[in-house]
Design a binder for this molecule. Sequence first.
Ligand SMILES: [Zn+2]
Length: 542
Amino acid sequence: MRRLNSLAALALSLWIPLNPKPAQAQAYDGHPKLVVIVVIDQFRADLLERYRSEFKGRGFNLLLNEGAWFPDCYYNYANTKTAPGHATIGTGAYSDGHGIESNEWWDASRGYAHRVSSVEDERYTLVDLPASTKDLTGASPLNLHASTLGDELRLATQGKAKVFGVSLKDRAAILPPGQSANAAYWLDDASGRFTTSTYYRQHLPAWAAAFNSGDRLAAAAHEAGATGKGNFSSQIELTSAANHYELDFAQALISGEKLGQDPVTDLLTVSLSAHDLAGHKYGPDSESEHQMVLGLDRDLDRFFAWLDSAVGLKNVWIALTADHGVAPVPATAAALGIDAATVDLKALGEQLNAALSAKFPQAKGSFLLPGSDLPYLTLDRRVLEAIGIDEKTAEDSLSAALPEAVAKLAPPTPKEPVSSRLPPTPVVVNSYTRLQLEHGELPPTEMGRELAHSYSYHGNWYVFLMLGQYEMPDLHSAGTTHFSPWSYDRHVPLAFYGAPFQPGTYRGRVEPVDLAATFASLLGVNQPSASVGRVLTESLKK
Ligand SMILES: [Zn+2]
């Protein structure tokens, strides 16, 4: 005590504060309390610039004005779908590294009863759903073959870091946080409740059960203006009330699991799914999309303000990105004169079956497995193996039949010159067999690199079909989709907020894989096991 008193006296005499305030977080802070990765499902980066002047508060503006904003972020692969996109965000790798090439696929090792989803895992079950729920098939990251940023954080802290994922979709909750996540939570569409799988835990924690049994779902239905009976996707998910509901669940998780409350950095990934459903239905250029973006701006403002009060934004690093972009609605593009044709996949399948039947008349059964999901056309190898045809012959034959089969779906060419623009005509730009993708028999171009990044093996024979720009399958309703190597499907936002980042707009190509690489470097952990990302040093404070 005497010693302290004399130190105090000395400090007073020298005007040295005894409890100096911590240095302002100007320099890089290696240990944030919480890292939050926000993913917007199906969100093209240009939408942020299109509606930027209408943003209010500290929603998108927190990242655009107070953070490091990369407006030119493009996926460097060709299979722009939800599951591979979310796996890429977590792992900093593409499909050739993380193993997820599509949302679902025919897996020869798991039989031909149905296509398996990227996270479906019958060894587990879903938990705490109403007794009326028929399908309790569980889910896990079984197909994810690379570690994530969350896994590396868990490894580096001997499991002390807490890592969670949230989404309305199972794949978008499970894939970003990775194998070692404490838990992932997603929505059961029929009941509107959040669930998880016994891969993570046997029952929901008390805070999640309380969220489910409270009045939050009724409030979401009211906010969405839902009137009749129906599931979550038909009643709520097409409105921004779904984002609000999901972010409230994320807040309940942060509070319930005490994320960001101790010196060990925790990680949460939140994938906002509502944009995808509404985007598919109405398209990126619709007034509905405009209102969804503004609604999300308000929801993010509320969420970030809550984070500030609960954890303190100075202790939080945030990243914002998306799992893929989207094409304009074909009719919208075609009205401007762009050759945005649609392809009737059923008719295309019939043309291809006819061509292969002519080549292999001894075969019995359909050559293509049902439910073609572009860019992949999957052969039924059993039909071909039964008549002694090998994979190369089969895939080469399918590939060779594609240009003529697609051309037969085109409108007839007029015999005389016409006085107005002709309707769009589908074209095959190129096609690649699974064997060509596996062996890297690809053009030495940027496109060749994208295709190489898209490859993963699931035991079947297939051909990757590349249609012309702005072309897509006929969706049989107003709407659009994403699946292609074209830039509109690959263009997503990338932005960071937090102490290490120098606010500003950073133009020039970057990739979503750079997110995990940058955070790994700043956190002082290994980059994920298959990471190919670059540390975005240009955006870091000196
Ligand atoms: Zn998606």
